[in-house]
Design a protein around this ligand. Structure first.
Ligand SMILES: [Mn+2]
Length: 362
């Protein structure tokens, strides 16, 4: 994990002598704590990672999680009480003058507490350095992302036989989560979306009581978490025979994805990839109906800090992992989204999700 911490420091100006990732209470936990420590288990509420420029990390952990924390192989500073916790924090902050904290994830309360423990130190925002380091994945991270992608893809195929008219969206969502967990996922990486019929036109709909009807488009957006790493996959199916309009929408989205995917290579601007997909969709009768960005980086978080849209200033690099997810949404009619997780390699894009991409008529 030393290399990860050193990478964060490499994106910071000189003179920074400490970075602290401080967790509050779930869900206000900083995934960068796991990134810096390499831990894949545990909750670590109220705990913190103190990261040093040489890559070393000290963990302040509650005794409750000491056994888990040991797996990191890092020096531990266990506490039983609030006083002991404060002492441990003060000891590790002592002597440091310029301390980076992750403004994007730390709570105001935890930041104020750190300031009070080290009144002479200067605290500053290390968010961008953390995001930039996390954008480029190491081998361990890539292996976990591959596994998360494989679990989700297989689980989708597991549940295809149960998608039929009369089933509720919520049942299909539950079956999908169950299938992913059976295949080794620790849980869904976000709330599963099963949007049928008109609901498929809402990109962030979740899943409700609606019963699937013959002729519906169903947008199924789901992901598995594996050792804390996420997959994020979307497939759109039709129940029964697709209409001509459905086929036209689907094929446009599919073409937008396939063409933009080819551009996902090192050195290409993320914005330019978005442009390829957007130009294809806007060149059809569905102009203006692609109402979100083409993708986002994925890792410990489903949205891992980087975006691939018209406002993005990211240049794709080897070993970044981004989703590619064009969509067309026609209010009142329905929508289509096809989403895959893509590893940028020196030889081009490599798909981490492999569920069938052709229009399935179930
Ligand atoms: Mn996504």
């Amino acid at each position: 994990m030393k290399a990860r911490v050193r990478r964060i420091f490499s994106h910071l100006e000189d003179g920074v002598d400490l970075i602290v990732f401080a967790n509050s209470t779930d869900p206000h936990l900083d995934l960068s704590f796991l990134y810096a420590t390499g831990l894949t288990d545990g909750l670590f509420e109220g705990c913190a990672a103190f990261c040093h420029p040489d890559g070393g990390v000290d963990i302040v952990t509650s005794v409750l999680e000491v056994e888990t924390a040991k797996k990191s192989g890092l020096p531990l500073h266990p506490f039983r009480t609030r006083d002991e916790r404060e002492q441990a924090f003060r000891k590790l902050l002592r002597g440091h003058r310029k301390i980076g904290i992750n403004f994007a994830e730390i709570t105001r309360k935890a930041a104020e507490e750190l300031r009070s423990f080290a009144p002479k130190a200067k605290f500053f925002d290390a968010t961008q350095a953390v995001v930039r380091a996390r954008l480029v994945k190491d081998e361990t991270e890539l292996a976990r992302l591959r596994k998360a992608g494989r679990i989700a893809s297989r689980a989708f195929e597991d549940i295809l036989p149960i998608i039929r008219a009369g089933r509720r969206e919520s049942e299909i969502a539950a079956d999908l989560v169950y299938a992913m967990q059976r295949r080794g996922s620790s849980g869904p990486s976000f709330r599963t979306i099963v949007g049928s019929g008109p609901n498929s036109a809402e990109p962030h709909y979740t899943a409700g009581p609606r019963k699937i009807q013959k002729g519906d488009f169903i947008v199924i957006d789901f992901g598995a978490r594996y050792e804390h790493y996420c997959s994020d996959v979307t497939r759109t199916v039709v129940v029964g025979k697709a209409s001509e309009k459905q086929r036209a929408i689907y094929e446009t989205v599919r073409r937008a994805q396939a063409q933009s995917m080819k551009k996902m290579r090192p050195g290409v601007r993320a914005k330019a990839v978005d442009t390829v997909a957007r130009t294809i969709i806007d060149g059809t009768e569905f102009k203006g109906r692609f109402i979100h960005g083409l993708g986002h980086s994925i890792g410990l978080a489903v949205h891992d800090g980087g975006s691939m849209n018209q406002s993005s200033d990211i240049v794709l690099r080897k070993d970044m992992v981004f989703t590619n997810e064009p969509g067309i949404y026609v209010p009142g009619f329905g929508g289509v989204r096809i989403e895959d997780d893509v590893h940028i390699t020196a030889s081009g894009p490599k798909l981490l999700s492999m569920a069938p991409r052709q229009l399935l008529e179930l």
